[in-house]
Write a protein that binds this ligand. Structure first.
Ligand code: ADP
Ligand code: MG
Length: 453
């Protein structure tokens, strides 16, 4: 570079520095306050860790502390922060998120895209009790010494007990300690799909390369390998290669290895080589602690009697506890922000309804079709337009919550869909409820209609 060029470059930099101002702390406080009160479902305690970096050319740059926070903010907070920033500054500004701690390795999904981990799924947010102490400790040990502590690590337990939470916590911890670690995190379904695609497109060597050159391979819900003979065969070789190279393998399932139906014996035995740890249902004290922690993360104030009531009422699993919190939050908003025991009883009362008063799937279909003005055949048909998929998914979500049908049976009610499709629909609404106040309200209203039918 010539001297003139260097001078020019320096001047450009100087000018940029001049025009970039910092946002004054009071404005930042107002923005944060606005987002928090306008989007309680989105609000997280860790928003405190966000820091405005610069304010130039109408763009406010906001730094996140971790990559998981970054992906959460980029996918869900853009609009709320932009609106709040415009309100606080009275100008047509935009926000943009960044993160200085981006890993050079990273957590990837099957398509080699960075995998969006849930920033809530950290060890710090995981409550331990007699039900999960061993699996939690094993996960911490593995995160500290991948490939050395227990290999493979196999976590099993019923739905909603924290398997995915723990698996993602390991990924986040490994990356925190080792920025260049290469981690592949995916569900078993994705693994199966990738494998089928690779065969179809003649891309087996790329497929093998991708799965056999990682430091940590994490496969969630491995029980979906049941009856998948060819995928099992392929996974067997993947497993051996990684294991021989002392790479960490972490698996989760809804049952121990020996109980996965039609799983090859050689896989069963390998899954038992390392540590197999079970997560049980949380006991009362743990449920109380989980509710307290979840409320804290969302900065939601729940009185003690409400916490005790919910913990007594909901015994099945932690996802239900979380659902109860979401519901309380939603109904609290309709109630002017007040959450007390009476509201909690109204919100959760129906779970105690005697058998004959149970909500039927027909009633759920009725309420949903009327509310969204769609026909039952739309919910059962194959149309993939958002105007039908969304009500269909809401209907799946409510049916799962209020009836006792299995995912397979529900698939039948929705036009012979696969249980994974139903699962996907339910997850999608669960996510919407967490981040979208409008959806939260709609579901709360439908639930009120159902309980008052
Ligand atoms: P699984 O994968 O076993 O079905 P998840 O990991 O998805 O269950 O957990 C369901 C929900 O319950 C998640 O929101 C998770 O954060 C929460 N959860 C489960 N166990 C705990 C725990 N011990 N402490 C805090 N949250 C938990
Ligand atoms: Mg899971």
């Amino acid at each position: 570079m010539s001297t003139t060029q260097t001078t020019l470059a320096r001047e450009t930099k100087l000018r940029a520095a001049e025009s970039a101002t910092t946002l004054d702390p009071a404005t930042w406080d107002r923005i944060l306050q606005t987002v928090r009160s306008a989007h309680p479902g989105l609000n997280r305690l860790w928003f405190d860790q966000l820091a405005p970096r610069s304010f130039s050319n109408g763009v406010i740059q906001i730094a996140t502390l971790t990559p998981a926070q970054l992906s959460f903010c980029q996918s869900q907070c853009q609009q709320p922060f932009t609106e709040a920033a415009q309100a606080a500054t009275g100008r047509l500004v935009a926000v943009s998120f960044l993160c200085d701690n981006l890993p050079t390795g990273g957590v990837f999904n099957e398509g080699d895209q960075p995998h969006p981990l849930n920033p809530d799924y950290m060890f710090e947010h995981f409550v331990t009790g007699p039900c999960n102490r061993l699996p939690q400790a094993a996960c911490v040990a593995v995160a500290e010494q991948p490939g050395k502590a227990y290999n493979p690590l196999f976590i099993h337990g019923g739905v909603g007990l924290g398997k995915t939470h723990l698996l993602q916590a390991v990924c986040q911890k490994v990356l925190e300690r080792q920025r260049n670690a290469r981690i592949l995190y995916l569900t078993c379904d994705s693994f199966i799909n990738q494998f089928m695609n690779a065969i179809e497109n003649n891309e087996m060597s790329q497929f093998r390369h991708r799965y056999r050159h990682v430091d940590v391979l994490v496969i969630d819900d491995i029980h979906f390998l049941a009856k998948r003979d060819r995928t099992q065969e392929e996974f067997f070789h993947t497993f051996n290669t990684l294991y021989q190279n002392h790479k960490q393998i972490i698996l989760s399932a809804d049952c121990p290895p020996g109980e996965i139906p039609e799983l090859e014996e050689r896989l069963v035995s390998r899954f038992n080589w390392g540590l197999v740890a079970r997560i049980d249902k949380p006991c009362y004290e743990t449920r109380v602690a989980i509710l307290q922690k979840k409320a804290r993360i969302r900065q939601l104030v729940l009185p003690d009697d409400v916490i005790c009531y919910v913990a007594q009422k909901i015994e099945s699993n932690t996802r239900e506890l979380e659902g109860a919190i979401t519901k309380l939050q939603g109904m609290g908003m309709l109630n002017g922000g007040k959450i007390d025991l009476e509201l909690a009883k109204a919100a959760l009362g129906e779970t105690e309804a005697p058998e004959q008063q149970r909500i039927t799937i027909q009633q759920i279909f009725d309420v949903v079709t009327k509310y969204y003005n769609v026909r039952p055949s739309d919910l059962q048909g194959k149309k993939r337009h958002k105007s039908t998929t969304f009500p269909r998914q809401v209907c799946m979500f409510l049916a799962r919550r209020y009836t006792r049908y299995s995912l397979e049976e529900l698939g039948g009610y929705f036009g012979g869909r696969d249980h994974t499709t139903v699962m996907h629909g339910i997850r999608s609404i669960e996510k919407d409820i967490r981040v979208d106040r409008e959806v939260q309200n709609q579901v709360a209203q439908l639930e009120i209609q159902l309980s008052g039918r």
